[in-house]
Structure formats: structure tokens, C-alpha cells
Design a protein around this ligand. Structure first.
Ligand code: ZN
Ligand code: ZN
Ligand code: FE
Length: 757
């Protein structure tokens, strides 16, 4: 054994500031009996460390293997240095501008150490709703500027008391440099206000709010990334009242429960789902409902799934432990506007919705909705990537110039690149109202400021009427690149897997603007970042009534029936036609015949809608994707035999919906239940896209396939098609880091733009 002393310089990059990283290094070095020092520098955390080689190796290994909970170590660069005969290990004070180029942590759930103190009557923070430490609490949502330091956060209005200051300054304290550190003596406070904004006198505002929830009232509650509206999820009348006041007919509400065992009362929780629920990101996890269960039906009407989450702020813990099994926790907004974050704004916008307001005086600078995940095809998939995950970047294969990508129209997110890092923003929402558009602009400005990036290029969708495209057009003096929607989807998938392509890209969703002006959405593209070729698509059918055909799937059913049966469709005795009524069907057929307000579409999302309507599930929807979702869920666990299918070869090949539609009609006329039609329809798509992708791949010598687009939120299709393509020899890529829906599209836009520049 040699014990010759060596010295190394280590530079650690990633999320390593404000997350207890230097104390962690300090303790790690001491445990390994090493000497030296650690400091924050503009390029990362710099360590000088001395000792025997084998101990240095173990030390270095543990930096990446076991970092503090909030840290994300991207790389540790090591080089030999001259030993300086250090006698101890110490933490050196930060040099000026130390936060430059390092990464900001997302907001994460309160940790177990803090929870223990929260419920310890002897602790000075007993029941203090803003308890936090270096390992937990708010980050991204309270930062106004960099460097990430208390004066640049909304905690700057709360000067620390002597006790808090001592913790903050002590490198060995678990609150060392915890920027949101506070206590009841010096920090933010909660108050309960009535609908007229008068304070409700109560010794404990949280207990008073719980009391109102038990009486069936609606409480607006300020959380981490915005306001929630809460009601008791077991109280059917209260949940129904919330629906009518919030103008939200059927879109499911998420619920929050005090602990995992409570979730098990109403949902099936697989071990992996349990781990997700308890992770520090605390997303909403979609779980199969237990039927019959205690939740009010109105929480997630006609839906076999429920979105559940566990408490993530101390305030949630205090409230949920007042004896609730589950509280509805839905975004504090009306209909589709962004979630309220500001107290004034909340009172204005939630007036008439909430009966009382549980507020506090720690400002939220940037809203962040709850993230939503679902396990499917063996992995966790994002339906919405927001609080808890943003602003962790996606690490790209290559360095890109600074690019701002503006995303699409629905489920908008934006993306800003810096070197090899792509920062996909939190969920912004549907860019269909002024409030969301303002949030979009604010998020762009905020990301540019805290990342210190000035984009040299702007990427946007090809659709001329998207607000995001218009915003891009208005930015003077900076080149723009317009990216086709489905191309961006596929490249987003390639980017997160760090592969170049070309691949066989199966890009399926509801709506995306095609260069020919048609509404695309059932596409097989041979694509890489540099370009794409449309190898195949679903043959065009008209959308009678345009946007109305999205809200009313019976219109798509009529269109596919017309495509399959022409005039004979009048002789069909189908429930969907009876329900729509003869007059309306006649008008839709006239629109189709005259091509009036009936844009052609190749959308697989619309085909799902049409089949759902034919199967008798839905003639109308109250939120986007509802019919397709219900069709997926109707299938249950059953298997189905594929319907006949066909395509016409060509450049591009055209998938013909008619044989599928005729077979669906035959089943429906025979009285087949919706579940059978659904299972068979899914099996058809799996076979069809598998076979066609293989034909395209063989012709082009490609063995990799990428699946992207909102349709792949469908777990049955994703799982089935992945297996089918693998069986046919493909390596299959799908989304794990960003949503497969339009929430992931900005990433692909940025990468395409970099190659077009
Ligand atoms: Zn903590
Ligand atoms: Zn204090
Ligand atoms: Fe899309």
C-alpha cells in the first residue's frame, strides 16, 4: 500500500449551487481523511483536494454517485495539481459573480428532516408553513434574477432573524446558504381571508381552512407555483359546485392525499408509481381508480384513471393532516387561463369561484403548474412537465448556438439553448387568450435573464396564425426559422436520445400545419435534424366545420363514413347519425361536397375521434383529446383482432381509412361494444404502422424508429407499436424527458433551427 500524497483539482458542473453542495464536499473530504478546499466559481464548484490516490478516487466517485438530493452533477473534470501540504479541508467564500453559468434547481418537496421539525412541538419551527433547508423548498419560482442569492429572490423582503442568520452562515448547518431560510419570527405568514378579502380571525388559519373544507366550501390556496382550488374530494356536492363555478365540465381534477396509504384507498398504486408519488418532484401521477371507491364521481367523470399527488409544501402537509383522505387540488384559474400566482390577481380572477382564500406573503415570480406523469410502455412519461422538473435542461449531443424556440399553440412550452443544454420551459398553456400570451412572453424574458442567453436565432411553427409564430415574426433584427410541426416532434425525440438520424419517424397527433396547407397528423417521416421527407400519411378527409369538427367528433364520423360509403351512408342506421340528427348530418355532407370550411386532414387524432363517435362513446367533447382518451380506456385489458387495412403506394404512400371504417361499422351494426371496437382499432393501428414503417425502413436502409406526437400519450398504442416495431427489427425511441405532446415540440424546433442556420 502506497500512501504517497497526491493533489487534484476538480471542477464540478451541474446544479451545484444553493443545494448544499459545498458542505457535502466538506463532509465527504473529511470522511475520507482528505485536505484541501472547495469554492464556488463562475465555471462551477472548484475543489482542490490532497491525499492518497485510492482515497481521492473514492472521493471523486462519490461526488457523482451520491450528491445531495437537489444537486445534479453533470460532469466532474479532474486534473493533477501540485500538493500544497494543506492541513485541513475548508470551505472558501464565494468569489464575485459565482453563480454565472451554473444551473438553478427546480422547486422540490419539503424533505423528511424538515417535516420532522414541522411536527415537533419542541422545535422553533413547529407548524411553520415555510420551513425549508438546503435540501428542499422553493427555488425556480421565487427567483427574479441571478446570481441565485437571497436578494434576487422573493425572500428579500424577509430579513433573517439572528437564529436564522446563524444557520445560514454555518457551513455545517443543514440550512447553510438555504436562500429561502425563514422561521415564524422573521419569515412569511399565512392568513385566511373571506371572499371579500376580510381577514378571518383564527388562532390557526390552516385549521380554520380545513374546517371550511369539511363544510364543503371551496378554498383557494396559494402554493409553490401558483394558486390551487381545493375541495374535499369525497364531497360530491362540493366537487360539482367547483366544476360549475370553474366552468370546467368534465376534464379530470387532480387530487392530493396526506400519504401513500390514503392514495391506496381510491387507486391502485404499483411500487413504481409509489416511488414516483414520493419522489422529490412530487408530480401528479395517473393511476387506475379503485371501483367502487370513495372519491366523488365528479372528480374524474367516466374516467377509469385518477391523477393523484402527495403534499409537497409544508402548508399542504399541515392542511392534509387535518383528517382528509383526498382534496381536489386543481389549478387556481377559470377555464383555460393560466394559474393565478399574485394575491391581487387571485382575488380578481377567482372571485365567485372560491369561498375563502388561504394566502401568504411570499411572492411567486414565475408560475409553475403541477407536473403530470403516467407510466406507459415500461417508462415514466410526461403529460405535462413543469414544477419539480423545470429548469433542469435536456443535455444535447452537440453544442448549439443560442436559440429560442417558441413552441406550438396548445400545451405551449418554449425552449432556450445554451451550449449543449436545452432548457424547456414549464407548461405555459394554450395560447388562445391574452393572459396565456402574456405568460408566454414573461417566461421567455425570464428564461433569457436567469440563463443569461441572448438568442441569435428564433425557431417557430410553420403555422402562420399561431400566436407563438406571430410573436416570433415581431422580433426585429433576428433571423427566424419556421419548422414543420411533425418534423419538430420527431427531432425532439431524437434530441432527447442524443441521436442524429435519419430515422423512420412516426409522428401522430391531432393538428399540425402542413406545407401544403392541410392539417397533418398521421405521418411517417424519414427525418433528421436537417430535413424530412413525407414517406406516408393517412389519406386526407375533410373536417366539416374545421375547429367545430374537433369539438364535435360526430362530424369526423360523418366525414369518414362519406369517405368509406359515399352516398350509401344515408342508408346506415348508426347511433352516431341518429344522435347527430338528420339535418345536421345533411349540412355536414353539404359542407364536405362543397369543400366549404372543411380543410383536409391526415390526422390520426381525428381518426380516433371519428372511431370513438362511431363506437357510440362520444359525439361531442369538452376538452381536446377526450374522445381518443375514452376510446383507449374503453378497451380495458382485452385483446382484439386487427381490422382489414390498406395503403396506396406512392410518394408519399397514402393510408386508406375506408377499409377500417367499413369494418368498424360492421362491428357496430352487429352490436359490438365500444371496448371490442377499441381493442380491434388499436390492434389495426399497431399492425398497419408496424408494417408500413418496416416497408419505409427497408427501402431507406433504416433500422431506427422514433415515435412522437400527442397520440402517443395513448399507452396502449405506444406499448403495442413499440413491441411491434421491435419485433420487426427496429430500435424504437420514444419520449422520456419531455412530453410527446406539443409540450415537447420546442426542443425539436430548436435543434432543427440549429441545422437550418
Ligand atoms: Zn428540508
Ligand atoms: Zn428567523
Ligand atoms: Fe403536435
Amino acid at each position: 500500500m502506497t500512501s504517497e500524497i497526491e493533489a487534484r483539482g476538480l471542477l464540478v458542473n451541474g446544479i451545484v449551487q444553493g443545494v448544499g453542495f459545498r458542505p457535502f464536499i466538506y463532509q465527504l473530504a473529511r470522511r475520507h481523511g482528505l485536505t484541501g478546499e472547495v469554492a464556488n466559481t463562475p465555471t462551477g464548484v472548484a475543489i482542490h483536494v490532497e491525499g492518497p490516490a485510492e482515497r481521492l478516487n473514492a472521493f471523486q466517485h462519490e461526488i457523482s454517485a451520491n450528491p445531495p438530493p437537489l444537486a445534479l452533477v453533470i460532469e466532474v473534470v479532474s486534473r493533477p495539481e501540485a500538493p500544497q501540504a494543506c492541513t485541513e479541508f475548508r470551505i472558501v467564500h464565494s468569489r464575485a459573480n459565482a453563480a454565472m453559468a451554473t444551473l438553478i434547481s427546480p422547486d422540490v418537496a419539503v424533505c423528511d428532516d424538515c417535516l420532522r421539525e414541522l411536527f415537533d412541538p419542541a422545535d422553533r419551527r413547529y407548524r411553520y408553513p415555510f420551513i425549508n433547508c438546503t435540501n428542499c423548498g422553493p427555488r425556480y419560482t421565487i427567483i427574479e434574477d441571478i446570481p441565485y442569492d437571497r436578494p434576487a429572490t422573493s425572500m428579500r423582503h424577509f430579513p433573517m432573524c439572528a437564529a436564522c442568520r446563524a444557520e445560514y452562515d454555518d457551513p455545517l448547518d443543514r440550512r447553510f446558504h438555504a436562500q429561502p431560510n425563514a422561521c415564524p419570527a422573521c419569515g412569511p405568514q399565512v392568513r385566511l381571508l373571506d371572499a371579500d378579502r376580510r381577514e378571518i380571525e383564527a388562532a390557526d388559519p390552516v385549521a380554520a381552512a380545513a374546517d371550511r373544507l369539511r363544510r364543503g366550501l371551496i378554498v383557494a390556496m396559494k402554493g409553490l407555483g401558483g394558486y390551487h382550488l381545493a375541495v374535499d374530494a369525497l364531497d360530491a356536492a362540493a366537487v360539482t359546485r367547483l366544476r360549475s363555478r370553474k366552468l370546467r365540465e368534465e376534464k379530470p381534477f387532480a387530487v392530493m392525499s396526506p400519504e401513500l396509504d390514503a392514495v391506496r384507498c381510491y387507486a391502485q398504486v404499483a411500487p413504481e408509481d409509489g416511488a414516483l408519488l414520493r419522489s422529490i418532484q412530487r408530480p401528479i401521477v395517473l393511476l387506475p381508480k379503485r371501483e367502487p371507491g370513495p372519491l366523488a364521481e365528479a372528480v374524474a367523470p367516466r374516467n377509469p384513471f385518477v391523477g393523484a399527488m402527495l403534499p409537497y409544501t409544508p402548508l399542504h402537509h399541515l392542511l392534509l393532516r387535518e383528517g382528509f383522505v383526498a382534496l381536489v387540488m386543481t389549478s387556481g384559474n377559470r377555464s383555460e387561463e393560466p394559474i393565478a400566482i399574485d394575491n391581487d390577481d387571485a382575488f380578481e380572477r377567482l372571485a365567485g369561484v372560491a369561498d375563502c382564500f388561504l394566502v401568504h406573503d411570499r411572492d411567486i415570480y414565475l408560475r409553475a403548474d403541477d407536473s403530470v406523469v403516467r407510466r406507459s410502455a415500461g417508462s415514466t412519461r410526461f403529460l405535462r412537465r413543469s414544477r419539480g422538473y423545470v429548469p433542469v435542461p435536456v443535455f444535447l449531443k452537440d453544442e448549439l448556438p443560442p436559440i429560442l424556440a417558441c413552441g406550438a399553440e396548445l400545451k405551449n412550452t418554449v425552449c432556450l439553448t445554451r451550449g449543449r443544454q436545452a432548457f424547456v420551459s414549464q407548461h405555459i398553456g394554450d395560447l388562445e387568450n391574452l393572459a396565456t400570451y402574456e405568460f408566454f412572453q414573461k417566461t421567455i424574458a425570464h428564461l433569457q435573464r436567469i440563463l443569461e442567453v441572448r438568442p441569435e436565432l428564433i425557431a417557430c411553427d410553420l403555422h402562420p396564425d399561431y400566436l407563438s409564430t406571430r410573436w416570433a415574426d415581431e422580433q426585429a433584427g433576428i433571423p427566424k426559422v419556421r419548422v414543420q410541426h411533425h418534423h419538430a416532434h420527431v427531432v425532439s425525440c431524437l434530441a432527447e436520445h442524443r441521436i442524429d438520424g435519419p430515422v423512420v419517424g412516426i409522428s401522430c397527433d391531432g393538428t399540425g400545419y402542413g406545407p401544403d396547407g392541410a392539417v397533418w397528423g398521421g405521418e411517417i417521416l424519414v427525418a433528421d435534424a436537417a430535413g424530412f421527407e413525407r414517406a406516408a400519411h393517412i389519406a386526407y378527409v375533410p373536417m366539416p366545420g374545421s375547429a367545430a369538427a374537433i369539438r364535435e367528433p360526430w362530424r369526423m364520423a360523418v366525414s369518414y363514413l362519406h369517405d368509406a360509403f359515399a352516398e350509401e351512408l344515408r342508408e346506415l342506421d348508426l347511433p352516431v347519425l341518429r344522435e347527430a340528427g338528420r339535418d345536421r348530418v345533411r349540412v355536414a355532407l353539404e359542407m364536405i361536397a362543397r369543400r366549404f370550411n372543411s380543410p383536409p386532414t391526415s390526422s390520426l387524432g381525428r381518426l380516433f375521434d371519428g372511431v370513438a363517435a362511431l363506437a357510440g362513446l362520444r359525439s361531442r367533447v369538452t376538452f381536446e383529446g377526450q374522445a381518443a382518451m375514452e376510446l383507449e380506456m374503453a378497451a380495458g385489458d382485452g385483446d382484439g383482432e386487427a381490422y382489414p387495412y390498406a395503403w396506396e403506394d406512392g410518394q408519399p404512400a397514402r393510408i386508406l381509412p375506408a377499409p377500417i371504417i367499413r369494418a368498424v361499422v360492421e362491428d357496430v351494426l352487429k352490436g359490438a361494444p365500444a371496448g371490442v371496437v377499441s381493442a380491434r382499432f388499436h390492434a389495426t393501428l399497431v399492425r398497419l404502422f408496424g408494417e408500413l414503417a418496416e416497408a419505409v425502413g427497408r427501402r431507406r436502409g433504416l433500422q431506427r424508429a422514433a415515435l412522437s406526437g400527442g397520440v402517443f400519450q395513448n399507452g396502449r398504442l405506444l406499448t403495442g407499436l413499440t413491441a411491434e416495431l421491435e419485433r420487426r427489427g427496429f430500435e424504437v425511441y420514444s419520449h422520456r424527458l419531455v412530453p410527446t405532446n406539443d409540450g415537447g415540440i420546442a426542443l425539436g424546433q430548436a435543434v432543427v433551427a440549429a441545422h437550418a442556420a
